[in-house]
Design a protein around this ligand. Structure first.
Ligand SMILES: N[C@@H](CCC(=O)N[C@@H](CS)C(=O)NCC(=O)O)C(=O)O
Length: 249
């Protein structure tokens, strides 16, 4: 590999965390070009037409979307497989990855983390309390009821840890940043699975950099991450005015 792979993203994004954890699992070298969601210039829009992170740059090739990136990395690079080899297990892994990215993403990111953490930080005003309440009282419990029936009592979904385990667990870390922790009495499998998966070295290794980023001012983040040992490239795409017109909500 001539130049390390580059991920454009933020350490606190669940989709970026998923990709970085998968790269750690495969033992791939990478650098992170830090960008805060909802910020970004025209070059970022060219690389990521939906203006979302993560984006992977591999030499002259680039692609966005965490699921697409993980599937590409698994095909293009050796190392630990991210998906089970068996066709049915592979399909189930992709389904659970999709459930996490879409449903847990809606609930933990857009209805909880965004409303409680991002909205006040980026826009300086409180998020939507009705959305928070509905997520906490109705929608998250329903999603956890479903997961409780899918997750293993021990170990990981398909033996070795893989992309499905990582995708699911990643959203719970953002949930905890928004004050949500799984009630182990009501959802014991889910609580234990999330704890086990987040403690795996491929994800646990990212936590110190998440802490640095969360605790630094937006403009001082790059230096704080460098000081903490993150491998960052030039911040080429990043901090301008928030793109309010581009917001998904
Ligand atoms: N399906 C995408 C979702 C990525 C995504 O929604 N990323 C958020 C950050 S957590 C983002 O970039 N939001 C900015 C926006 O929607 O403008 C993936 O798996 O990569």
């Amino acid at each position: 590999m001539d130049k390390p792979l580059t991920i454009i993203g933020s350490y606190v994004s669940p989709y970026v965390r998923k990709v970085l954890a998968c790269m750690n699992l495969k033992g791939l070298d990478y650098e992170v070009d830090p960008i805060t969601p909802f910020f970004g210039n025209d070059e970022f829009r060219r690389l990521s037409p939906l203006c979302r992170i993560p984006v992977l740059i591999d030499g002259s090739f680039s692609v966005s979307d965490s699921s697409v990136i993980c599937a590409y990395l698994d095909e293009a690079y050796p190392g630990r497989a991210l998906f089970p080899a068996n066709a049915k297990d592979g399909a189930r892994a992709r389904w659970l990855e999709e459930f996490a990215d879409t449903r847990l993403g809606d609930l933990f990111i857009w209805n909880l983390f965004y409303q409680k953490v991002v909205h006040p930080l980026v826009w300086g005003e409180p998020g939507d309390q009705a959305r928070i309440d509905k997520a906490l009282n109705e929608d998250i419990p329903a999603a956890l009821d479903y997961l409780e029936g899918e997750l293993p009592a021990d170990g990981f979904l398909f033996g070795e840890i893989g992309v499905a385990d990582i995708s699911i667990a990643s959203f719970f870390r953002n949930g905890s940043y928004a004050g949500f922790n799984v009630d182990a009495a009501r959802w014991p499998r889910t609580a234990a699975f999330v704890e086990r998966t987040l403690a795996h070295p491929c994800i646990a290794a990212l936590l110190p950099l998440e802490d640095v980023q969360r605790n630094a001012d937006i403009k001082g983040r790059r230096q704080a991450l460098l000081d903490a040992g993150a491998l960052l490239t030039a911040e080429t795409l990043g901090v301008r005015e928030p793109r309010k017109g581009m917001m998904r909500l």
